[in-house]
Ligand binder design. Structure first.
Ligand code: ADP
Ligand code: MG
Length: 313
């Protein structure tokens, strides 16, 4: 392709909200054999909502939700935000005027209905931990609890499994080293996701899904979207290894992602594609940015490259 053809293609991309960072990236996209999609926020809307909250310990439901929300209040994770939102609605259901009062405190200060927490830490790929009323609270996946020596009763384990089999993420809550309850969160697929996966396959490209979420939820979501090759329970650093494993035989690999977690994989991929609504770090690491955050533009990007570089017109 001539420099003019590349310039024209970059312009066409820009008009369609596909930002291309350079001619090399544009050229590589035509040869893509695998497209690896992150799950949360890429295939899914990234707007999780709590669908279930089950208390196993006899604690009052409102207290349980306030406690969990207090732990997640400093979290920037979509799951954490969804939990705080749910608890807020529960808390203010009967008293809308209190909600207005609460908002007046502004974003900087902690809402008055939450408990004070100490030593908050976010554990990527696992959850959060902090201390409330002098006792440790853990909110996250099985791994987080087991690593911290919390026993998961079979009743709770079974409940989490059921949530996962219906494509939901089960979040466990432990307080003072005992299991307190379980939350179920749903994050719907983007409307175009299944069609895009199908189109890719018809173009001879193999779709793959990679996620930090557990195997059962990942499988259920993958089934909905039509992806067979699923890599689940991948810790943030492991996503780049997944990319490299596909590259080993010389295949050209694209990665589509939105999160901080995805940036090493976006950089490792031959073609890194960031969702425009994603984090700045992901956008910086990528070769392409989809400004409309619409997965159809993955197809646009590959098509554009093929049309620009193929000899047969
Ligand atoms: P993904 O690759 O799907 O974006 P992450 O690596 O961000 O997933 O998270 C993996 C898992 O870690 C989540 O499915 C959840 O179980 C747990 N997790 C991470 N952050 C939180 C949080 N703030 N609260 C509860 N659970 C969390
Ligand atoms: Mg994501």
């Amino acid at each position: 392709a001539t420099p003019t053809a590349i310039m024209v293609a970059t312009g066409v991309g820009a008009n369609n909200g596909v930002l291309i960072k350079g001619g090399d990236a544009l050229e590589r996209a035509q040869k893509v054999k695998y497209v690896v999609f992150d799950k949360t926020g890429t295939l899914t809307q990234g707007r999780a909502t709590v669908t279930t909250a089950k208390v196993f310990s006899g604690m009052d439901r409102g207290d349980f939700l306030t406690l969990v929300a207090s732990a997640e209040a400093s979290s920037e994770h979509p799951l954490g935000r969804a939990i705080v939102e749910y608890a807020r609605h529960f808390h203010f259901f009967d008293d809308p005027s209190a909600a207005k009062d609460d908002q007046r405190h502004g974003k900087e200060s902690k809402p008055s209905w939450l408990f004070d927490v100490l030593d908050f830490s976010a554990l990527p790929g696992k959850g959060v931990q902090c201390f409330v009323h002098g006792k440790r609270i853990l909110v996250g996946n099985r791994k987080l609890l087991t690593e911290n020596g919390v026993m998961i009763p079979s009743e709770a384990e079974q409940f989490v499994t059921e949530l996962e089999e219906s494509a939901k993420t089960g979040i466990l809550v432990a307080y003072n080293n005992a299991l307190l309850g379980v939350l179920g969160l749903a994050d719907p697929l983007k409307r175009e996701a299944a069609v895009v996966v199908d189109s890719l396959r018809k173009m001879g490209v193999r779709p793959v899904m990679v996620t930090g979420d557990n195997r059962r939820t990942a499988q259920a979501v993958a089934k909905e979207v039509g992806i067979q090759d699923v890599r689940a329970e991948v810790m943030p650093a492991g996503k780049a290894d997944v990319i490299r494993s596909f590259q080993r035989d010389g295949s050209i690999v694209a990665m589509v992602g939105d999160g901080i977690n995805d940036s090493p994989a976006l950089a490792a991929a031959d073609v890194g594609i960031a969702i425009g609504a994603g984090t700045d770090i992901a956008i910086e690491a990528a070769d392409y940015v989809l400004m409309r955050s619409n997965l159809e533009d993955v197809i646009t990007a590959i098509d554009l490259s093929r049309k620009t570089f193929s000899r047969i017109r």
